[in-house]
Design a protein. Structure first.
Length: 599
């Protein structure tokens, strides 16, 4: 029989009609001569009623049903007499079943198929095909689908061409480790899976395609976290002959289309704030600020220059900073023990302690209050703190102060329910440094990538390596609710500028040719001015789905160790496979891998 509609879409409009439905048994309630079954499919639930009065044969089938059996039923839609569920589209109706068929039986599942599942992540990943049956997971994956559908529709309508770039490419130094793929026909040689399509999309601009886009897979071998996976997806865009402001205006319209079609939110693009990188760091301690709440950083460096509290005075003397955040109305919520735990937390950012003060009707209270007995009124006035507020300080080098207070700002906001979860707070971060110093590696790296165009006013700084490290870039990041949603820039299209950029990064001419020779040669044949951006599909879907882990919006993700519990990948391979690649390994499988092409 042909399905009439999805079970979850059956409503009052179908009353009196005979319908055919197919799906999974969510729940069964047996009252003897009357059995109720909740039938589930991707659109939701509908209640089925089996009784002797309607069909004894169907009632016998219902008696055999268990959770997750796959069934097909035919019956008449009627209004419920009782038990109306206003949370379901089908909550006012039921289907009185006339015929039923079991399409597949099911074992008892390792966890319940519902949104309140109490199962470990590893178990959910092992049985991912069951986990994906849960309504919340169905919703999440469909949000992802809506984002890509809106992207195709908008970019197609604006003259962009969908072009695929290679997965098997050359290994180039782009920041993270490459995933390598050995070549059987070229023993000892390897492809690299792309960390991004960056070089290829610049070459497409050189080829004259003018407007490119791609829902692009990318791969990076780096440590994992809640919003990072080894393989991820970018909504990738590149244009020719557009400047930074024109690209930002285009992206605003694109993102507005995504928001409208995905979560029915009308984004007013003219209201998106634009902050310079320095302003964002000064006010929020991060280049991806969450603007859904206040509690901005207050710079007290000048105020503390002659402080009797040596920690603050020394930080200023050592060219560091002293900053604070004012957490409103929470002074009584946090004990010394609570704040000591937060001090331990910020040690990961290099902080050596966490000075704090409480504002009371009698004045400042706390471990360092005695150092401000002479100027506490001035400090309260400078911070605009009120009675009941908590002052949290950081005093160190700028990076330590920023990292510590950014983390604490987010933490306090979450603990004190300061965040409007219904708000979508976008921001553009512009005028980035062209380079950033990596103390762990004792070297300078690109703040974005080696092909980012400096600001026109900073081109002269590229004449020396030291000057180049002071330059700023024509780059721009789009931020949403404290997450980096996308990163883009105007690209270098002139050979002389690109050579200076690579020199500042420490590349010799020979090393530059070895790594990027095909791109550098292309520039000699007339490259147009170009720019682009890549939005993170996984991260955008995660935010719009209201979750904090991108595994919840990816159909088959990896776990925190980079493995996939369902298929158990990665696994050792057979001696035969290694031999064909002329590789050896200390661990390998003894069994011969199946040749799927022959099966």
């Amino acid at each position: 029989m042909q399905r009439t509609n999805y079970a979850g879409l059956i409503d009052e409009n179908y009353v009196g009609q005979t319908v055919t439905l197919q799906g999974w048994v969510q729940k069964r309630r047996d009252l003897g001569a009357l059995i109720f079954v909740d039938l589930r499919d991707r659109e939701g639930l509908v209640q089925l009623t089996f009784s002797d009065d309607i069909s004894g044969a169907a009632l016998k089938i219902a008696d055999q049903l268990r959770t997750e059996f796959v069934i097909e039923v035919e019956g008449i839609v009627t209004l419920r007499e009782a038990g109306i569920n206003s949370n379901l589209r089908s909550g006012k109706v039921e289907v009185q079943v006339q015929t039923a068929k079991i399409l597949a039986t099911a074992k008892t599942t390792p966890f319940n198929i519902d949104d309140d599942v109490d199962a470990a992540d590893e178990l959910r990943l092992k049985y991912r095909y069951l986990d994906l049956r849960r309504p919340v997971m169905q919703k999440n994956i469909r949000i992802r689908s809506k984002i890509t559908a809106a992207t195709h529709e908008f970019l197609d309508a604006n003259g962009f061409i969908d072009i695929e770039t290679p997965y098997l490419a050359k290994s180039t130094p782009e920041g993270a480790r490459d995933y390598l793929v050995p070549s059987r026909v070229n023993p000892g040689s390897f492809y690299a899976l792309p960390q991004s399509p960056q070089l290829f999309k610049q070459l497409l601009m050189g080829a004259g395609f003018d407007r490119y886009y791609q829902v692009a897979r990318a791969f990076r071998d780096e440590d994992l976290r809640g919003d990072r996976q080894p393989e991820f997806t970018q909504l990738d865009v590149e244009t020719s002959f557009m400047n930074q402001s024109e690209i930002i205006a285009l992206v605003n319209k694109w993102v507005a289309a995504i928001m409208q079609k995905t979560v029915n939110y009308e984004l007013e693009t003219g209201t998106i704030p634009m902050l310079t990188w320095q302003e964002s760091m000064d006010r929020f301690g991060t280049d991806k600020p969450d603007l859904r709440f206040g509690m901005e950083l207050i710079d007290l460096t000048a105020f503390m220059q002659d402080s009797s509290f040596s920690v603050f005075a020394k930080a200023v003397e050592n060219q560091g900073q002293v900053k604070t955040i004012v957490v409103p109305g929470v002074a009584d919520d946090y004990s010394r023990k609570d704040l000591d735990k937060k001090a331990q937390y910020v040690e990961r950012f290099g902080a050596k302690g966490l000075p704090w003060l409480k504002v009371t009707a009698e004045g400042l209270k706390g471990p360092i209050a005695k150092f401000f007995s002479d100027n506490e009124e001035a400090l309260i006035a400078t911070t605009q703190a009120q009675v009941g507020d908590l002052l949290i300080f950081a005093a160190d080098q700028a990076s330590v102060v920023a990292g510590s207070l950014d983390a604490l700002r987010r933490m306090f906001a979450k603990e004190q329910d300061m965040i409007d979860e219904q708000k979508w707070a976008f921001a553009w971060i512009i005028d980035w440094p062209l380079f950033e110093y990596q103390p762990e590696e004792d070297r300078w790296i690109s703040a974005h990538h080696p092909f980012t165009m400096p600001n026109e006013a900073d081109l002269e700084l590229l004449e020396t390596v030291e000057g180049a490290h002071q330059a700023h870039a024509q780059s721009y990041d789009l931020v949403l609710n404290g997450y980096e949603l996308g990163s883009g820039s105007i690209r270098i299209h002139r050979m002389d500028i690109q050579e200076k950029m690579l020199t500042a990064l420490g590349f010799t001419p020979e090393a530059a040719q070895e790594a990027f020779g095909f791109l550098l040669e292309g520039m000699e044949y007339g490259f147009p001015p170009m720019g682009g951006i890549a939005l993170g599909l996984d991260r955008l879907a995660m935010i719009l789905a209201g979750t904090e882990n991108i595994r919840e919006v990816i159909a088959f993700p990896k776990n925190s160790k980079g493995s996939e519990p369902m298929t158990e990948a990665p696994l050792p391979v057979s001696k035969q496979q290694l031999a064909e690649l002329e590789l050896t390994a200390p661990i390998y499988a003894d069994t011969k891998a199946p040749n799927l092409a022959e099966e």
